[in-house]
Design a protein around this ligand. Structure first.
Ligand SMILES: Cc1cc2nc3c(=O)[nH]c(=O)nc-3n(C[C@H](O)[C@H](O)[C@H](O)COP(=O)(O)OP(=O)(O)OC[C@H]3O[C@@H](n4cnc5c(N)ncnc54)[C@H](O)[C@@H]3O)c2cc1C
Length: 501
């Protein structure tokens, strides 16, 4: 089929946070995108309240950090406490991060999704069809043909690729097949979102109350909002727990003063990873590909990292002539990251969801002793670097996040990503002779890099290299000799999975 017969380069199914960000990123990279969403309005129920610094960097790249910031506030300390208030773990957010943003943010998800919808509405290459449901699709060698139904009746959309960002019950995942890996963590929790009212007394930090009589999470949400999550005990019926009087009773011991209960719902927290994230021209991302209990606040974050990983690769394949196998590196890179986040969350969940009083007392004693001895309270929160994928495996820094230095210039913050813009970068101590399409290759003497020279040199010194090649998603392709890196980059796009050091 000729190129003109395509309605879009990419059909994105589902415009939750992951689909909306993917659509915006693809369009920003010059691809045409149709994004369909079966619902007319953003999801109204309480879900994510936390995102981390890497995600704020992604919003920065989309030009919406300031708008998102209006629905967010800085991450406070996170404490695990016993029923009688002893501190088992205190996680204080680091003051500085490699992304050039605060360690994390507590936010209001419908507010964020509203910002994303506005961003899409102002994006010429993205067409949003609300109320349009994917009914099915078929693929051939050149593209996919999808059937949708909605306010305009039944329609056919032809695209080169389809990406299912269609949530936990993903029809695209079902069509891809392969089943899911289930971590066998399955706990029902009541989630209550409140709005502060005159005279509210809301906690200023995030708390996991490890009380075997009622494990409870109490965390900040967006400005003026707060979240409680109460574990359901054996025999408690979800419908009964949604009763306003029950909710008021549960909030009672928190002595939070007057609050407006905004939303409440019972969720089952579980950990799942789809076995196949790609079948030919169909891919999945976000909750469609993986789900995690929320204890580490990473479900949406993981999905947005999927979007960042996938967007530049789809662009490289469609516009840059990269080999289609590049898309196989998506699951290779993302799945270990996702699994480490899920395993961390399940580990936290097992600490919290302990109902046996004797086991809980033992847990408290062990954790208090570990805290007193200075032992690390939990596994590291930082995901490991990619070991494989579209990187020079084993090269210095390969597969890690490249830091974003920033500096104050007058009354504004100057950040590296804004200065250099999108695309891949080769940052080098010396000039390169090799070139690659779309690769920006400034030396550290370049005027644009002068404000960031010290931290960039520190990175090169730390890894003992002359240059670093940074991918468009700001992960490090590799550090080393600049000309060798350019050759390896060109080779890896043409022959993914065959890059030798
Ligand atoms: C209580 C709770 C707390 C959480 N806390 C956090 C947190 O603090 N931090 C964090 O990062 N994550 C958190 N999460 C997880 C986070 O909310 C999800 O991972 C995230 O919302 C998933 O986004 P998504 O875009 O992948 O899926 P969704 O938001 O589910 O979007 C999928 C979209 O696809 C649409 N769709 C489905 N089928 C079709 C179809 N056939 N055709 C068209 N459209 C379709 C749906 O209508 C929906 O809009 C939490 C989750 C819960 C439940």
């Amino acid at each position: 089929m000729a190129a003109r017969d395509f309605d879009a380069d990419v059909l994105v199914v589902g415009l939750g946070p992951v689909g909306a960000v993917l659509t915006a990123l693809l369009a920003q990279r010059g691809l045409t995108v149709v994004g369909i969403e079966k619902d007319m309005a953003v999801h109204p129920l309480p879900r994510a309240v936390h995102f981390d610094h890497e995600i704020m960097r992604l919003f920065q790249q989309l030009g919406i950090a300031e708008q998102v910031g209006r629905h967010a506030r800085d991450l406070p300390d996170y404490e695990f406490r016993t029923a009688d208030g002893k501190v088992l773990v205190n996680l204080a957010p680091p003051r500085q991060t490699q992304s050039g943003w605060g360690a994390g943010y507590m936010f209001h998800q419908p507010g964020l999704e509203g910002v994303l919808r506005e961003r899409l509405a102002s994006t010429a290459l993205a067409e949003v069809r609300l109320g349009a449901r994917l009914d099915g699709f078929a693929q051939d060698a050149d593209g996919v043909t999808a059937e949708t139904s909605g306010p305009d009746g039944v329609r056919t959309i032809r695209a080169r690729y389809i990406v299912g960002c269609d949530g936990a019950w993903s029809p695209v995942r079902e069509a891809i097949g392969g089943g899911v890996f289930d971590y066998q963590f399955d706990e029902p929790w009541l989630v209550v979102d409140v709005k502060a009212a005159e005279g509210s007394r809301l906690p200023h930090i995030n708390i996991q109350l490890c009380d075997p009589a009622r494990p409870t999470t109490c965390v900040l949400s967006g400005p003026g909002r707060h979240r409680w999550e109460f574990m359901l005990l054996p025999g408690e019926a979800p419908e009964a727990m949604l009763d306003d009087a029950v909710v008021r009773d549960l909030l009672g011991p928190w002595d939070c003063g007057p609050v407006e209960i905004e939303r409440k719902a019972v969720y089952r927290f579980h950990g799942l990873v789809a076995n196949r994230w790609r079948d030919g021209r169909a891919l999945i991302a976000g909750d469609a590909a993986h789900q995690t209990p929320p204890f580490a606040g990473q479900g949406m974050c993981a999905g947005l990292r999927d979007a960042a990983n996938l967007a530049w690769k789809i662009e490289a394949v469609i516009k840059g002539g990269a080999h289609d196998n590049l898309l196989n590196t998506y699951q290779t890179e993302r799945e270990p990251h996702v699994r480490s986040a899920i395993e961390l969350a399940i580990g936290m969940g097992r600490v919290v969801c302990m109902l046996d009083p004797e086991a809980a007392a033992q847990r408290n004693a062990d954790m208090l002793a570990a805290r007193a001895s200075g032992a690390p309270p939990l596994p590291p929160l930082q995901a490991p670097a990619f070991a494989d994928g579209c990187i020079v495996s084993g090269a210095p820094g390969a597969g890690s996040v490249f830091p974003q230095p920033s500096t104050d210039e007058g009354c504004r913050r100057l950040r590296l990503d804004d200065v250099l813009g999108e695309g891949a970068w080769l940052l080098s101590r010396k000039a390169v002779t090799e070139t690659a399409t779309g690769l920006l290759a400034p030396t550290l003497d370049d005027d644009r890099l002068v404000p960031f020279r010290t931290p960039l040199l520190a990175w090169l010194d730390r890894f003992g290299v002359d240059a670093v090649l940074v991918r468009p998603d700001r992960y490090v392709f590799g550090g080393g000799d600049p000309d060798q890196l350019v050759r390896a980059w060109t080779h890896s796009l043409a022959h993914p999975f065959s890059v030798e050091r």
